[in-house]
Design a protein. Sequence first.
Length: 101
Amino acid sequence: MFIVFVSSVMFLILIDQISAVLKMVERIASEAKVNTIYVETLLKIIGIAYIAEFGAQITKDAGQGALASKIELAGKVLILVMAIPILTVVIQTILGFLPNS
């Protein structure tokens, strides 16, 4: 139980730094005129990855290795689902470069 408490406190302490990084990424994206939907999606994907890793590590520390692997799998599936719009745009862009036959 102590590990969960300490880990949660550490995560809360880092929220300010995470917020600063997110604001910087959003500023850079707006200056580069990147569609905000893609930036938001990438940030959500990164968030899912960190939260899934955090949850998996806590459950591993609690001796629940099987549950940790399920959390990691769920995180990967959510990331894949979130990435579909970006993958679609990338594929459409590549197909746009190919000559029509």
